[in-house]
Design a protein around this ligand. Structure first.
Ligand code: ATP
Length: 194
């Protein structure tokens, strides 16, 4: 089996007459932290949506975790985590309820949700915040929780879309430490930033 986590070839997306992603070609190796850089509006989110099987490419091809994103989006989605810019957690639910909800969406059993949720919250030192609404958490904690939740089902790859925008430098440092620890544990990390 190849050690390529992502293979993008001439991947493109147009919206009407506007080209949002213009023939991008790259490889990401398994276990790598791959930084995807671009100014606001450069097309990073559009590229992620194609790589996660949420948006069909207009041209070119991509495989993620060995599956073609256009032909096998379900197989791709089963193997990835995605922390989007905005919609990662439900603000109106508590920390614990978010863990239960996303664990269920990712297909974990009740026992897995309980065990993994427990160790995740204690690693993040968020046990005491279990019954707090996510809206009440500082933005840095929200980001860390969203990241950990996107890893609950132990995906082969995780996509992080501008995970540190709006957080202070210390939290940003901690977040990057989480990213490196995740890669060291074998999960490929695709991270966008400007
Ligand atoms: P940001 O960090 O600001 O989100 P980005 O690099 O992620 O920037 P995209 O969100 O991918 O950029 O958007 C790239 C361009 O494509 C933008 O000009 C945007 O307006 C346009 N675009 C994105 N989605 C659509 C859509 N569904 N219909 C029309 N235009 C779109």
């Amino acid at each position: 089996m190849s050690d390529l986590a992502i293979q993008a070839r001439d991947l493109s997306r147009v919206f009407g007459t506007f080209t949002a992603v213009d023939h991008i070609t790259f490889d990401v190796h398994a276990g790598e932290v791959f930084g995807f850089l671009g100014a606001n509006g450069a097309g990073k989110t559009t590229a992620i949506r194609m790589l996660t099987g949420l948006l069909a490419p207009s041209g070119g091809q991509a495989t993620v975790a060995g599956f073609d994103v256009l032909r096998h989006p379900d197989e791709v989605r089963r193997r990835i985590g995605y922390m989007s810019q905005r919609f990662s957690l439900y603000d109106d639910l508590t920390v614990g309820e978010n863990v239960t909800l996303f664990g269920g969406i990712y297909g974990l059993t009740d026992a897995e949700i309980r065990d993994r949720g427990h160790s995740m919250l204690s690693e993040l030192a968020l046990e005491r915040a279990r019954d707090q609404r996510v809206a009440a958490l500082p933005v840095g904690w929200k980001q860390k929780l969203a990241f950990a939740v996107a890893l609950l089902h132990r995906p082969a790859l995780i996509f992080l879309d501008e995970p540190t925008s709006g957080v202070d430098p210390i939290t940003r440092r901690q977040f990057w430490e989480m990213i490196y620890a995740t890669a060291a544990a074998g999960t490929t990390v695709f991270v966008t930033t400007h």
